[in-house]
Structure formats: C-alpha cells, structure tokens
Design a binder for this molecule. Structure first.
Ligand SMILES: C[S@@+](CC[C@H](N)C(=O)[O-])C[C@H]1O[C@@H](n2cnc3c(N)ncnc32)[C@H](O)[C@@H]1O
Length: 207
C-alpha cells in the first residue's frame, strides 16, 4: 500500500484535471468566505492543486494552501503563477508540521481531508492550536451516512490494490464529538452539496 503522499503523487495528474466545482460551488465558496471573514488569514489544509484555495484568495485577505503531495503542490504553484494571485502561498506540509505557527490563523479550511488523515481527532486538535481564539473551521467530510457500507468495503479493496488512499469514515456524531473534545463549538453541520457525498461542518474556537 503506498503512503498517503506517494498515493496522491501517483494520481496527481488525473486528480488535478478533475474540477472541484460541482453543484453549489459558488454558494459553498461564498459561505466559506463569509464564515472566515474578508480580513481572514486562512490555512487550507489538503489543498491539492489549489483550485478552491485560489478561489478563496479572491474573497479573504490571505490564504496558505498546504498539502503532503509535492506533485499536487507543484500543480497549485503553476496555477498560482497563471492566475497571479498575490495573497496566496502553497507549501508541501502537513497540518502537524511544527513550522506552522500556533494561534496564527483566523480560519482553517479542510475540504475532503479528515477521512484521509491517520488520526482525525489529533488533526482536529491541531486545527484548534493553529487558530487564534475566535477562529473558525470549515470542514467538508464524508460520514457513514454519505458513504454506505458497500461503498466503504469497495474503497477498502481499492486501497489494498493501491487504487484508493487509506480512508477512515466516521459518523457525523463522532465528528461533532471530536470537535467538541478538542474545545470547539460546533455551529452547524449539514449537507450543503447533495452530490458531494459530504457534510459541511462549521466550528469555532471560543474567544
Ligand atoms: C480528496 S483530496 C481534496 C483536495 C481538495 N481539498 C479538494 O477538495 O479538492 C485530499 C488531499 O489531502 C491531502 N492530504 C492527505 N493527508 C494530508 C495531511 N495529513 N496533511 C495535508 N494534506 C493531506 C492529499 O494529498 C490530497 O491532496
């Protein structure tokens, strides 16, 4: 089984050709920007080729996209150069990287990430550390209600043959508990894009 960075590097070209702009994209983006605030410094964790990151850059003060896949960050940097956004950076990094300053961000975005990390509770706790008091998270993540048992078994088989990353799917209640245990207030969880097979979760680090 390839490691997460090796898996994402391997599929980077194909993955990056896929557009993330599904139904409700504009509304989802506006919602994320509103949630973060237009003066926000945002950390986009698991940014891949930076499509969402760059769209967010037009709506907030600054966005830093990080991803563990060097190949996808290369794509994000190419895209950045083409679009010429001055308030956006990209780096090969995981959220655990000690180089990220604690309490430095107004918002963390994590689109389709939390089911892919080895320990989602630890990643959620790390989001808390990275945010300033009053800072906000927007996470889109599939739950057991979005990905049924059959599909989860299929994904496991695909993982074994290197066709899917290691995926850990939890229930919505479990995700909400993870955020509460980390110290967040969970503000909202709902299906925002019916075709995304994900829940959108908004949470705040109390001020
Ligand atoms: C399903 S993709 C989502 C990409 C993008 N956020 C989107 O919604 O289109 C997940 C991304 O998370 C990255 N990733 C996985 N584990 C990570 C970690 N621990 N830290 C940062 N990025 C990670 C992968 O390399 C991949 O690019």
């Amino acid at each position: 089984m390839p490691t997460q960075p090796a898996f994402w590097d391997k599929v980077a070209d194909k993955y990056d050709r896929r557009t993330v702009k599904g139904p409700n994209y504009a509304a989802r983006l506006e919602r994320a920007a509103r949630w973060a605030g237009q003066d926000a410094s945002v950390l986009d964790v698991g940014c891949a080729g930076g499509q969402i990151t760059l769209d967010l850059a037009g709506r907030v003060r600054v966005v830093h996209g990080i991803d563990i896949s060097p190949r996808l960050i290369e794509k994000a940097k190419q895209r950045l150069e083409e679009q010429g956004a001055l308030n956006c950076t990209f780096a090969v990094m995981s959220a655990d990287d000690p180089a990220l300053p604690a309490g430095a961000f107004d918002a963390v975005t994590a689109y389709s990430l939390l089911h892919l990390v080895p320990d989602a509770s630890a990643t959620v706790r790390r989001f808390y550390e990275l945010l300033r008091p009053g800072g906000r998270v927007i996470a889109e993540v599939p739950t057991t209600s979005d990905i049924g048992l059959h599909l989860r078994v299929l994904i496991k088989l695909m993982t074994l043959v290197g066709k899917a990353p290691v995926v850990k799917v939890y229930s919505q209640a479990r995700y909400e508990q993870m955020f509460r245990d980390a110290g967040f207030v969970v503000d909202e969880v709902k299906v925002y894009n019916p075709k995304s097979m994900s829940r959108s979760l908004l949470a705040t680090r109390p001020g």
